[in-house]
Design a protein around this ligand. Structure first.
Ligand code: PLP
Length: 408
């Protein structure tokens, strides 16, 4: 196989023979776009008028005062259309689909956020859109399913196997094999077979490029440390890539769930529970048992609840360029509360993982240090999960009243 697409021993493209030509076409088109200076400009222009780019950096003055250490800056990916950095990736892939002359996109989604972002992009670009989702997820993510359908996408509940994300991924690949001439599969994170990890990182690199420039303009210097949460790894790769060449510590924070010792977590890199394997078309650290069966993962943040991780981050862990930590569900809710009360910001539960680690380390640094946290998404869209997580009694009453109304 072509060595391109390998990161150390990780990555690759373990795909069915029949998709070889489709992957070659995608790689060719991506390379051509990357080498076309007008493409990046077109990408930036559309994000500027459709998704609030460049997103600002916010100086967290009150948190800085409270934690008595480093000066804390927050990159505001929550201000993107559809509420997270996912917009950057889907818009970028949408532009590639146009260049390839295809008319239909498919995607798979677990929590539904990538499905909503893809359905939004498809509506804007006039593509047909099919979203595969495990039947169990369709049931528990009704608000996102509602939006996907309103946006004109067809949501297909997948009834195979465990009826979860992994089964939806298999179904999406089956669709692609059948319809590859007309269809592009929009992968949601920096995982999967080559060229997806590189391509998704390329589109998300807009986060790091902007943040570096903004900090240089505001503070005239680089941050000491940069923090990002790690699900599949796309927002982390996006912000980190702005600082790879700089003497800046990069810290990725995975879901510690109920605690590493309970086994109920989603830490593939920071814990010793991950092991190297090949699944879903690529080689990386997975949470799997001895015979390669994928384990169940757990996190209060649905977007971090995934068995694999970007092969690029797997290599950056081995080389030591990125340090990996975990934050537990309980710590995440504390950090979210503190950020809401001190700054009036509502980071998504996923993003709050990065805040946990930043808050632990900020007091150990001096006022001359700057730290940068990626707020990958906004939490107000997660009201059902967050209100549940806080066990808010009035919210429970409100929900049961609503339910009674529908039963009447
Ligand atoms: C989907 C999501 C993530 C996890 O995805 P990555 O590819 O790891 O970035 C993180 N934060 C938010 C807000 C998300 O919606």
């Amino acid at each position: 196989m072509n060595r391109r697409g390998y990161y150390g021993g990780f990555g690759g493209a373990y795909i069915p023979e029949i998709l070889t030509a489709t992957f070659a076409e995608l790689t060719r088109e991506f390379d051509a776009a990357k080498n076309d200076p007008s493409f990046w400009q077109q990408y930036r222009d559309i994000l500027a008028t459709y998704s609030c780019r460049p997103t600002p950096i916010t100086f967290a003055e009150n948190l800085t005062e409270y934690l008595k250490g480093a000066r804390i800056y927050i990159k505001r990916e929550d201000l993107n259309h559809t509420g997270a950095h996912k917009a950057n990736n889907v818009i970028g892939q949408g532009l590639l689909v146009k260049r390839m002359g295809k008319k239909r996109v498919i995607a798979e989604t677990g929590a539904g956020q990538h499905g909503v972002a893809t359905a939004t992009m498809a509506a804007k670009f006039g593509f047909d859109c099919t979203i595969y989702m495990g039947e169990v997820d369709v049931e528990r993510q009704r608000p996102n399913v509602f939006w996907m359908e309103r946006l004109g996408a067809e949501v297909v509940p997948v009834t195979d196997g465990t009826r979860l994300l992994k089964d939806a991924i298999n179904q999406a690949f089956r669709d692609w094999v059948t319809n590859m001439d007309t269809t592009h599969y929009v992968l949601g994170t920096a995982c999967g077979p080559h060229p997806f990890p590189e391509m998704v990182t390329y589109f998300q690199s807009i986060i790091g490029r902007e943040a570096r420039k903004q900090l240089m303009e505001t503070e005239g210097r680089l941050p000491s440390r940069v923090y990002a949460c790690v699900g599949g790894g796309s927002n982390a790769m996006g912000i980190f890539s702005g600082f790879f060449a700089d003497p800046v510590q990069l810290v990725g924070v995975e879901a510690g769930g109920q605690g590493l010792e309970t086994g109920r977590h989603a830490s593939r890199l920071a814990s010793s529970d991950g092991s190297v394997g090949i699944a879903q078309g690529y080689k990386t650290y997975f949470l799997q048992n001895a015979d390669g069966q994928m384990k169940e993962t757990h996190s209060v943040a649905a977007g971090l609840d995934y068995v694999g991780v970007s092969p690029i981050l797997a290599q950056l862990k081995e080389s030591g360029r990125v340090r990996f930590e975990t934050a537990t569900d309980v710590e995440v809710l504390d950090a979210l509360s503190l950020t809401m009360k001190k700054e009036g910001l509502i980071p998504a539960l996923e993003s709050s993982h990065a805040f946990v680690q930043a808050f632990k380390e900020a007091p150990t640094l001096s006022r001359n240090d700057i730290i940068l946290i990626n707020q990958s998404g906004r939490g107000d869209k997660d009201i059902f999960t967050i209100a549940d997580a806080f066990s808010d009694p009035s919210w429970k009453k409100f929900i049961s009243k609503k339910a009674t109304k529908y039963h009447a």
